[in-house]
Design a protein around this ligand. Structure first.
Ligand code: ATP
Ligand code: MG
Length: 214
């Protein structure tokens, strides 16, 4: 079979002469405590730059690296993410990790999302890529996904932890926003307009989230 690409058929799909191969799906996990504009820019830029059919935005249930230091409950972080991505083309909320009991491991998520004709693209900020070698079942992650390294202007180079990793790089504008900073501002009663989508701010207010430092 000749598998030379003839024509692109919409984001994520490349139609070969007589078959459709590998729809590329982005996997963007995080504690999202809370989700903020930097996250949205990363997900949406990766989708566009890498021709992803969609990006699954996946709040972690019980992130093992932050266990004990998560502020809002999974249901609240899910509601924030749902509100934040509403109306943004190609971003889709996935509740798989909050529905799974026990600590959240990316290897389990990739296993659950694996499908024939689907290529999983794990979207990670440069800081996250640096820690990748210490993640549970890193070798399995290496085989199950292509890594999309989201590189913000001014970031130092983030290399995969060893040989055999398939990596692609996405340049995004630098937005120095972090969930930690957003929480601090909210606890002080300061505005976060522009740092989070308005609909997510609405959820923060409605559910009285992040009112006190913890
Ligand atoms: P915290 O302050 O608790 O570390 P965070 O803002 O880094 O939170 P996470 O939920 O830890 O948010 O991040 C999820 C993913 O989003 C990670 O891959 C991280 O690298 C990436 N990310 C975080 N902040 C930004 C940003 N401002 N721009 C682009 N990507 C970001
Ligand atoms: Mg972080």
């Amino acid at each position: 079979m000749n598998s030379r690409v003839r024509r692109r058929h919409g984001p994520g799909r490349e139609r070969h002469y007589d078959r459709v191969v590998a729809v590329r799906v982005g996997v963007f996990g995080g504690t999202f405590d809370p989700i903020h504009t930097g996250h949205i820019v990363a997900a949406s830029s990766a989708r566009h730059a890498l021709g992803l059919a969609e990006v699954l935005v996946i709040p972690a249930g019980d992130p093992w690296q932050k266990s004990g230091a998560v502020h809002a409950c999974a249901a609240d972080r899910l509601a924030l993410a749902a509100a934040a991505i509403e109306g943004i083309d190609g971003l889709r909320l996935c509740s798989l990790e909050v529905e799974r009991a026990g600590p959240t491991y990316t290897a389990d998520t990739l296993e659950a999302l694996a499908e024939p004709e689907r290529e999983l693209v794990l979207i990670l900020g440069a800081d996250a890529v640096r820690g990748l070698g210490s993640w549970s079942r890193a070798d399995e992650i290496k085989h199950r996904a292509v890594i999309a390294v989201v590189h913000r202007e001014g970031d130092s180079e983030a290399l995969p932890p060893g040989p055999g990793w398939r990596c692609e790089r996405v340049e995004i504008p630098r937005l120095d926003i972090s969930s930690t900073d957003v929480r601090t501002r909210l606890a002080r009663g300061e505005p976060v307009d522009g740092l989070m989508p308005p609909a997510a701010i609405h959820v923060v207010r409605e559910r009285r989230l992040y009112t006190a430092p913890r």
